[in-house]
Design a binder for this molecule. Structure first.
Ligand SMILES: [Zn+2]
Ligand SMILES: [Zn+2]
Length: 171
């Protein structure tokens, strides 16, 4: 997979920046209870070695696919993030932000996914002024306009019944 980066040169020449570019596959996931997918994920950056550690810095681009919280329609938007991650060979419980690696390759997937997740908006909207669903009849107000009045009188099935009863009494 392209998400694995060979860092042998960075380890051999510490302090020197080695540019790289990679495409990354990220599995679909749940975010705040909604299914989301991160597609067309790519990173462009540099890798720098420092002893038994490597630092990757770069810019991530992707397409976020999810559901609009107002109208529940599927929606997608570009999502970018900055990555600045340190990979270490030794495990360090005091520093949970470190990513692990062995030998001379690092797997970019976790660092890239973590950086993108930080950028996902809490409320995903298909568009800024999405009108959402009508709370009375449930139509998508972006597509159809209904005449329901929010908080107003909802048609009462008993009013028709009441009229019939009154008529009976009159007879
Ligand atoms: Zn919407
Ligand atoms: Zn309505």
């Amino acid at each position: 997979m392209a998400s694995v980066l060979d860092v042998s040169r960075a380890l051999r020449y510490p302090g020197q920046e080695f540019p790289f570019q990679a495409e990354i596959e990220i599995e679909d996931m749940e975010f705040a209870g909604d299914p989301i997918a991160l597609k067309d994920v790519s990173i462009q950056g540099v890798v720098v070695g420092a002893g038994e550690r490597v630092n990757i810095r770069g810019k991530v681009e992707s397409v976020l696919k999810s559901r609009c919280v107002r109208c529940l329609e599927e929606t997608q938007m570009p999502l970018t993030a900055e990555v600045d991650a340190v990979y270490a060979k030794e495990e360090n419980p005091d520093d949970p932000d470190l990513y692990q690696f062995e030998a001379s390759t690092i797997d970019l997937t976790d660092a890239v996914r973590d950086a993108l997740i930080m950028e996902i908006p809490m409320r995903i909207l298909c568009k800024e002024d999405c009108k959402g669903l009508c709370p009375v009849c449930g139509v998508n107000r972006n597509l159809v306009s209904c005449t329901c009045q929010e908080g107003g009188e909802v048609a009462n099935p008993f009013s028709a019944l009441k009229a019939i009863v009154l008529n009976d009494e009159e007879v």
